[in-house]
Design a binder for this molecule. Structure first.
Ligand code: FEO
Length: 395
């Protein structure tokens, strides 16, 4: 059954408690997720977004418990990635002529995914759809986070349907932010921003400022994943503005991989040096082959500086760092420092290669890094401690 969220709006999505990975295996979803879809019943009936394809039959069948499908006047697709559009083919088999309101890019994406000539109605920012006492206003939000993305604002109920923006991969039965586990909710919202929205931060700021300039009253922000922001709904908007402005905390994260623990010993000694030089800085150490890659990305997001270490193997560095550095490059972090380190036995190229990758990813790399031959002895560990102290002075 759906969950009524206002007199006119019912949540008809799917809570996916079992989901463990999203975007293939690119994003870990340890707390599950939800695909939020909304049914508006005013003088006209509107469905906003659908759910992921594995739940298409369940979605349509539950929708039938809410309404005769033929009574749906309009479908609004704020974003057409498969987690939101996946149930459309199943739905459109039943109501093939229902108009689908989306951006021009949205129509292209739907055609590209499903190869159907449905009744697309393309909209732009400021276009409206009167549905009775309420009016829907469309606001294009390209690259937040796909070219087709838009928001839909419902007057009267004062709800902003924001799709992925302000969402989290977080399953919660109660739906709302004030009844969710706050620590879990903000951890998932941070992870979501860090891993998905970081490259689009400039556009996040611009779009939020544009939407704020409309001075729309907002009673609720209803994204397409996770909680509905009902208690102090604009807190997540303010949080996004903070995150979008090159966010960092007083944190340094040391990320490494190791074969026989030489580079691990270096990482731990460097951490000791940092802590001795600045006891106020939060230092975290993460083995990239053992930790969740998205958790590492979240810690990088929170850091003012990172250190990245690996031994040299086959004239390069280790596999787990290869994948991680590729992710980091794509996320386009700004205003963060980075330094490389690692042990070696003979050729020793890894530190320079890691430094080059970090520079390419946009980090400020002001030190050539620290290389140690074989396993560090007492003097080697002392060199690492001193290196950690020096890092503090170069950030
Ligand atoms: Fe939740 Fe971009 O899809």
């Amino acid at each position: 059954m759906g969950k009524k969220i206002t007199d006119k709006v019912t949540w008809v999505g799917k809570i996916d408690w079992e989901l463990k990975y999203f975007h293939g295996n690119e994003y870990s979803t340890k707390k599950g997720s939800s695909y939020n879809s909304y049914l508006i019943k005013d003088k006209k009936t509107v469905l906003i977004d659908t759910v992921w394809q594995p739940f298409d039959k369940e979605f349509v069948s539950r929708l039938k418990q809410e309404i005769n499908l033929k009574d749906i006047d309009y479908i609004v697709m704020n974003h057409n990635e498969i987690d939101h559009s996946g149930a459309l083919p199943e739905l459109m088999r039943e109501i093939p002529n229902t108009p689908i309101y989306c951006t021009a890019n949205g129509a292209k994406i739907l055609k590209g995914h499903y190869h159907q000539e449905w009744n697309y109605v393309t909209v732009k920012t400021g276009d409206t759809l009167v549905i009775g006492d309420s009016t829907l206003t469309f606001i294009e939000a390209p690259m937040l986070h796909w070219p087709d993305t838009m928001f839909t604002y419902m007057s009267g109920e004062n709800i902003l349907f924001s799709n992925d923006a302000f969402g989290q991969h977080y399953a919660t039965e109660s739906l709302y932010n004030d009844t969710a586990d706050t620590a879990e909710l903000f951890a998932e919202a941070t992870k979501y921003y860090a891993n998905i929205l970081t490259p689009f931060s400039k556009m996040v700021i611009k779009k939020i400022e544009e939407v704020l300039s409309f001075n729309l009253p907002v009673s609720m922000i209803c994204p397409s994943h996770g909680v509905l922001w009902k208690d102090n709904p604009t807190q997540i908007v303010e949080q996004y503005l903070t995150w979008a402005k090159d966010y960092q905390e007083n944190q340094i994260t040391i990320i490494y991989d190791t074969m026989w623990n030489a580079t691990r010993k270096m990482a731990e000694a460097i951490a000791l040096g940092i802590e001795q030089a600045d006891p106020m800085v939060k230092v975290k150490i993460m083995n990239s082959s053992k930790e969740d890659k998205n958790d590492i990305i979240t810690e990088i997001f929170k850091s003012k500086a990172i250190l990245v270490g690996a031994p040299t193997v086959n004239n390069g560095y280790l596999y787990s760092l290869g994948g991680l550095l590729e992710m980091v490059k794509g996320l386009k972090f700004k205003k963060k420092s980075a330094t490389a380190f690692g042990s070696y036995g003979w050729s020793g190229e890894a530190v320079k290669q890691i430094s080059d990758s970090l520079k390419e990813a946009g980090f400020t790399v002001s030190d050539e890094g620290l290389r140690l031959l074989w396993v560090p002895d007492e003097s080697g560990l002392e060199a690492c401690i001193e290196f950690g102290k020096k890092i503090i002075t170069t950030i």
